[in-house]
Design a protein. Structure first.
Length: 84
């Protein structure tokens, strides 16, 4: 059985270690669709599964990017984990 793009993205993000981050573009590349970084952002925004650490995905320019629970919470989580 083949995984869907969303399943691949969630697996890539699930596997990001606590002290690391990936960009939306890097996640898309690891999921096998290098130009689908906007789709990655949309998936992260719609995710409600707490086992998928969406806060560990940032913009390619190094900025934090969006987060369903707010950027302040995203920054706090990344600081707590030692990623920033």
């Amino acid at each position: 059985m083949h995984k869907t793009f969303a399943q691949k993205v969630y697996q890539v993000v699930h596997d990001i270690p606590r002290e690391k981050v990936l960009t939306y573009k890097e996640v898309a590349q690891h999921a096998g669709s290098p130009r689908a970084y906007r789709a990655v952002g949309n998936l992260m925004n719609k995710n409600y599964d707490n086992t998928v650490p969406c806060h560990r995905v940032i913009r390619s320019d190094g900025k934090i990017g969006g987060f369903r629970e707010g950027t302040t919470k995203k920054v706090a989580l990344l600081k707590k984990e030692g990623a920033i």
